[in-house]
Design a protein around this ligand. Sequence first.
Ligand code: SF4
Length: 450
Amino acid sequence: MKMASVKLKRQSVFESEKSCLESCNNNDSEEDPPGKRSISDDLDDEPPSRIATTRYRFFRDIPDSLWNDWKWQFRNRITRVEQLAQFIPLSTEEQAQLRLVAMRYPLSVTPYYLSLINPDDPDDPIRKQAIPSPMEMTMGSMGLEDPLDEKKDTVVPGLVHRYPDRVLLVLTDICPMFCRHCTRKREWRNGGWVRSPAEVEAMLDHISRHKAVRDVIISGGDPLTLSTGHLESIISRLRKIKHVEIIRIGTRFPVVLPQRIDNELCSTLAKHGPIWLNTHFNHAREITPEAAEACDRLLRSGVPVNNQSVLLRGVNDSVEAQTTLCHALLRIKVRPYYLFQCDEVQGTEHLRTPVEAGIKIIEGMRGHTSGLAIPTFVIDLPQSGGKVPLQPNYVLAQTEGELVLRNYEERVFHYRNPAKLARTESPAEVLCPAGSATANVPQEAAATLG
Ligand code: SF4
């Protein structure tokens, strides 16, 4: 079905949004999910040059003041299949299928992220991350609900303590978008919760009592769905715990709702540093001017931004897609940090790739671009096994004194492997022992020394 043929009821979005904004201003408790509303527009008459971003095609009546207001974006998330069908061509049968999927794995997309989708391409890489697929159900028996066994390591509600020096703090299960590949999609049906003050106290108390904890990761659901004031009240408490050295925030807001990264948030984070922010760009088309500006605001506030992408079938599972993504990240000064093998989560099997695909991508990048552009490809092991980095194998053979290595061009090199030293010997003692210039020096090295 062509978008031009879709007939929609036109409604005065602007007028209804004015009243929505007013009601939001009267109630500033952003941690409660704002109400869900429908947005529709006439899809006709759009010049083809604007297909790259559909903001002006779908949201023509929305002025910049609302479009750039993250609370407006959040309140106007698309959460029902009927709403979605106003933007994406979906047959009646497809809509029925998606309704079934959404009953198990709900739908939520911000207008901003929706505007990045090319509605005329069913294989659009942005669409695959946001729009449900019937395969979430047809392949839904494969995988596990909680593949990382986070429940097992949960010490108090919302606090996962698996490694001695790090904890994961989950403050809410609310996200601006439900990413179809999410590891925690099991949480989506729980209706949107925010940890109560008593639960936060219990988490802080646990961290205070465990002096080995030097790194606190605040992650999702997305913690930036909380109001800046609420977030600050928790971060400032964490900062008072002397052994907590760094705080990391895991958020997809720079990707799906970059308007959230406003000056108020950035100055708050700047006050309580060192805070690191890990985000989750999966495709170069997500790096829009708005996303770039959001990252720039963070960086200027002294918050380093790293990217953790997930390898997804049909989204970014080629050398070209990953290289383009990583180059685009470097241009906005975001470091490509991890490339995750998609976890074996129920409802994501259709997006998972064979492990070999990730290794081949790294192999296709290594040597062909700067090492700074190459993320570490990792599998997060099930049953609390932790992260394991996977690399192409460059070692063709190894003996005690030598390695045979191939490089990125498949050229073979012999590399002399220095002999192991006994524990008590320093390199200086080996090369210049008392009484002899070459005593204890391996034969090859002695020959070199002459
Ligand atoms: S933002 Fe993160 S936690 Fe939320 S749905 Fe997406 S991947 Fe999952």
